[in-house]
Design a protein around this ligand. Structure first.
Ligand code: SF4
Length: 274
């Protein structure tokens, strides 16, 4: 049976779609955004986080990191069947009913594990659990089309409209992502477009005007803004990876308001989340 590689199941989440949700994070991503706060999501392979404060320097991990007696090496990535994941999701069912919530599949890029995703979405639909998929759309249109009828809400992340900047800061060109968003909207899918606002990286007046223009072209003048935050930086150290935005501060409210005004001035309805 197909299994999914999961790196986190977060109960009682209020940032991953409407109501109270269970967020299931799938491992593996086709992007590597400079600000990613889940760097352990990027590689498809299982890997270890290293917690230096717990290490007793016994050296056992030189042979096999899984042998650590002190819990200083934490495995990231667990293979779970759709039934196992469903059992986790169902633990929160009472909250979904009370808050109009549900389950969100996030990552990483959940569409990279298409067969697993289809199966778990189908099981949720059978159980009448509302589903959302958090995606960058960096997959074939055919993959999105296969889950269209199984997803109640797409959380669609747009980082840049400028393709060169997109490539620089995420590693890939955005032509496919933008085409897929257009097709999803044309198909009548329920979509929430989300924009991670990263100060000095994708929030210049020019960037925001391009974004507003594209949303209007798509006849979708609504945007959820996710302000940059520094949560997760510690994980770069634990994975022995460089964090390329080390000196960047989180935006304060007045900074954000100034940026949001640019979007509102273009007729975009903006909501801040996170
Ligand atoms: S096995 Fe664990 S405690 Fe021992 S050196 Fe490696 S990380 Fe440190």
């Amino acid at each position: 049976m197909v299994s999914g590689r999961i790196f986190n199941v977060q109960n009682y989440s209020i940032h991953d779609g409407p109501g109270i949700r269970t967020a299931v994070f799938l491992k593996g991503c086709s992007l590597a955004c400079w600000w990613c706060h889940n760097p352990e999501s990027i590689a498809e392979e299982k890997e270890y986080l290293y917690h230096p404060g717990r290490c007793i320097e016994c050296g056992l991990c030189r042979e096999d990191p899984g042998d650590c007696p002190a819990g200083a090496r934490e495995m990231v990535g667990t293979d779970m069947t759709p039934a196992e994941v469903l059992a986790e999701i169902e633990k929160d069912r009472i909250f979904y009913q009370e808050s109009a919530g549900g389950v969100t599949f996030s990552g990483g890029e959940p569409l990279l594990q298409l067969e697993f995703l289809k199966e778990i979405l189908r099981l949720c639909q059978e159980k009448d659990i509302s589903t959302a998929v958090d995606t960058s759309g960096s997959c074939s249109w055919e993959a999105l089309a296969e889950i269209l009828e199984l997803v109640d809400l797409f959380l669609y992340d747009l980082k840049f409209i400028d393709s060169q900047k997109h490539k620089k800061y995420t590693g890939i060109d955005n032509t496919l992502l933008l085409n897929n968003l257009k097709k999803l909207l044309e198909q009548g899918a329920r979509v929430e477009v989300r924009f991670p606002l990263v100060p000095g990286i994708n929030d210049s007046r020019e960037d925001l005007l391009l974004l507003a223009d594209r949303l209007k072209e798509l006849d979708h003048s609504r945007l959820t803004v996710l302000p940059y935050h520094r949560t997760g930086i510690d994980k770069y150290r634990k994975l022995d990876r460089e964090y390329r935005l080390a000196g960047l501060n989180e935006p304060d409210l007045s900074y954000l308001e100034e940026k949001l005004e640019i979007l509102r001035g273009e007729g975009i309805t903006v909501k801040i989340e996170g």
